[in-house]
Write a protein that binds this ligand. Structure first.
Ligand SMILES: [Zn+2]
Length: 290
């Protein structure tokens, strides 16, 4: 794409109205390029006509502050989106449990979610994430479940191969975890991650170096986690959601019901669910071409 840099913020905001960047001729050409692109054999089960717009609220012009680029040239570590709008972002980690009702809910209600996938979780092997108490690999069916989620509008990002504490690993081992997971996701889901979330939120400088080496543009942490029955555990003492919060869930048993409660709770508090990719782009964190 050959967008004028100055247009990007405006274009992102205008995307809500289904208007993209550039001149009408450019738009036509881009849409044509997308629709005539040769199918990727790795992206099995991809629908013939993807949804016209991604799910979730898109940023308005000037709404999102820039996220500064770190002086060391490595990917920034982000835990919230710098906006004053009442919008929060839903992220779901690991992939141990595969509740089919959850996919239905995401699809029919067009809920924007970013999935941070761990290979061993998706494939129901290795040690169970200790943060996912009560998990028992119920319904684990490897990747078709996640391809359905992709087709329902979910984005897929990197959460390592084996879910280790990255601080306990050297650079090479960290690089294998991140590059390996991106390769698996590219092969199985058909998209290449540009975000990385370290298990338990543990990272060091070697993690960021390895992430960059593996094509990751930003490390994404979180500001609130969701427990059973949709209960939110806040990282601030006043127990409120704040604009730009990044909310972390896990693929747990009963996810669909807990998730439904959570979404209703967020809406009752007057918050919208935002499209993470669009907001990070608006903040100047640009994803590489997938
Ligand atoms: Zn995890």
């Amino acid at each position: 794409m050959s967008h004028n840099r100055g247009k990007i913020g405006v274009c992102l905001a205008m995307a809500t109205a289904l208007v993209s960047c550039g001149t009408p001729a450019e738009n036509t050409r881009e849409q044509g390029t997308r629709s005539t692109k040769a199918p990727d054999p790795a992206a099995a089960e991809q629908p013939a006509s993807p949804p016209p717009t991604p799910p979730g609220a898109l940023p308005r012009t000037g709404e999102v502050a820039r996220i500064p680029k770190p002086a060391d040239g490595l990917p920034p570590v982000i835990s919230k989106i710098p906006t004053k709008r009442k919008v929060v972002f839903l992220t779901i980690d690991d992939g141990w449990e595969q509740d089919p009702h959850f996919v239905d809910f995401v699809r029919t209600e067009r809920i924007p979610i970013a999935v941070f996938l761990t290979r061993d979780a998706a494939e129901a092997r290795g040690a169970l994430d200790p943060t996912v108490t009560g998990g028992s690999y119920i319904g684990a069916g490897k990747y078709p479940y996640f391809r359905k989620l992709r087709d329902a509008g979910a984005t897929f990002e990197n959460h390592t191969l084996t879910h280790p504490n990255m601080r306990l690993l050297g650079y090479e081992a960290q690089r294998r975890e991140i590059c390996g997971a991106s390769a698996v996701i590219a092969k199985q889901i058909g998209v290449r991650p540009w975000l990385f979330r370290p298990p338990f939120g543990n990272l060091n400088t070697a993690t960021r170096r390895a992430a960059k080496e593996c094509g990751i543009d930003a490390v994404l942490l979180w500001t609130a986690t969701v427990q059973r029955e949709g209960k939110i555990a806040y990282q601030v003492p006043d127990k409120r959601l704040y604009p730009g919060d990044v909310i972390l869930l896990h693929f747990r048993p009963n996810l669909a019901e807990d998730f439904r409660r959570l979404v209703r709770k967020i809406e009752r508090r007057g918050f919208e669910l935002g499209n993470l990719d669009a907001y990070l782009k608006a903040a100047g964190v640009r994803p590489r071409a997938r």
